[in-house]
Design a protein around this ligand. Structure first.
Ligand code: GDD
Ligand code: MG
Length: 349
């Protein structure tokens, strides 16, 4: 089976982290995000994946390389963003698409049953089958009402107003190559959600009601939620064992005298000074935290430095190489740009 992973969005909601690291390889629980997705695909018989990249594509290739656990990785890079469907057309024109393929949004962490979805697709003779998942708040997703026979009745991308169902597009599609040939125009950006799927309603578009774990990691609170779920084992993974506080500490870290956890992740070569507290927070690689600091529910990108006695309040995200001076406070939900300096008693400079 072949899969194409859409990994070219700019990840705007995860800025400032995504200014320097593209969302597909953003460290999640200490591993590049897509490695979880590739494990999942491999478990459902995918032998080769096309990674559709745009924004910071070299970085994706550098991190993931050309194989993953024996699975071939093929990169297709677009010069200009082609939306969600345009990249599939580009792959078609490159002559690399098989008769039937899986298309995945590249920011979804899930264990939904692709094997069952593929079987349903084959049994109904659909032209495209979308995995649907139930969520409480549908407002940031594509809402997909279906009839009793599973046929999609409408595709409503991020529409306002009351929704007729809580089932949303989970970002995992089985698609016949014929649909790519006939429904996706060439040479311009095309959206599955706003153009292709609405046009396919009543013409061979089916839904598959999936269950299991599902989260889109593309927003700060969901990135942290996915981290906690992986640490607690709510989603099965091949992560190394966590310590007694449910935390993961990478290689070469120095943390003696610090209070780490619960549910924190340190990348490699981080240090946290004595009497500092780090709770439900994520440090990417080479983050240096001084003594007597307090950091809660926050994400610090690679190379961030935090001076002694500084405080980072919940919801903060600090871009790569940012510096927090001794005694400074980074406020609730703050965003600190890569390389910026937060001074004591002031705002980022
Ligand atoms: N190659 C490429 N080129 N990939 C792109 C482009 C592009 O121009 N634009 C977006 N993508 C990728 C993103 O990197 C992401 O993996 C995926 O396409 C979906 O884009 P998002 O920007 O994350 O969309 P969303 O989360 O707002 O909404 C989508 O996902 C929801 C489920 O998480 C839609 O498909 C919704 O219908 C769906 O419910
Ligand atoms: Mg998304």
């Amino acid at each position: 089976m072949q899969a194409l992973v859409l990994a070219g969005g700019e990840g705007t909601r995860l800025r400032p982290l995504t200014y320097t690291t593209p969302k597909p390889v953003m460290p999640l629980a200490g591993r590049p995000f897509l490695s979880f997705m590739l494990d999942w695909l491999r478990g459902h018989g995918v032998t080769g994946a096309i990674l559709s990249c745009g924004f910071l594509s070299d970085a994706v290739r550098e991190v993931l390389g050309d194989t993953h656990q024996g699975m071939r990785l093929h990169y297709v890079t677009e010069e200009e963003p082609l939306g969600t469907a345009g990249p599939v057309r580009l792959a078609l024109e490159g002559g690399i698409l098989e008769e039937r393929l899986l298309v995945l949004n590249g920011d979804v962490l899930t264990d939904l049953d692709l094997t069952a979805q593929l079987a349903r697709h084959a049994a109904t003779g659909a032209r495209a089958t979308l995995a649907l998942i139930e969520v409480e708040d549908v407002s940031s997703y594509g809402v997909v009402p279906t009839g009793a026979d599973g046929r999609v009745e409408a595709f409503l991308e991020k529409s306002d107003g009351p929704a007729s169902t809580n089932r949303i597009n989970a970002g995992a599609y089985v698609i016949e190559r014929e649909v790519v040939e006939s429904m996706i125009p060439s040479g311009r950006a095309v959206s599955f959600e706003r153009e292709v799927f609405p046009a396919l309603v009543g013409d061979g578009l089916h839904g598959y009601e999936a269950s299991g774990y599902w989260i889109d990691i593309g927003a700060p609170e969901r990135y942290l939620e996915a981290t906690y779920d992986l640490l607690s084992g709510r989603l099965k993974s091949s992560l190394p064992p966590r310590d007694e506080t449910g935390s993961l500490i990478g290689t070469g870290c120095l943390v003696s005298g610090a209070h780490i956890g619960p549910q924190s992740v340190l990348g490699s070569h981080c240090s946290v000074g004595s009497d500092s507290t780090l709770e439900r927070s994520v440090l990417h690689d080479r983050v240096l935290v001084g003594a007597d600091c307090v950091i809660r529910d926050s994400v610090l990108a690679g190379g961030v430095r935090v001076g002694d006695g500084a405080r980072i309040e919940p919801g903060a995200m600090l871009g790569s190489g940012a510096k927090v001076e001794p005694g400074a406070v980074v406020g609730l939900d703050a965003r600190v740009a890569p390389g910026a300096v937060v001074q004591a008693g002031g705002s980022p400079a």
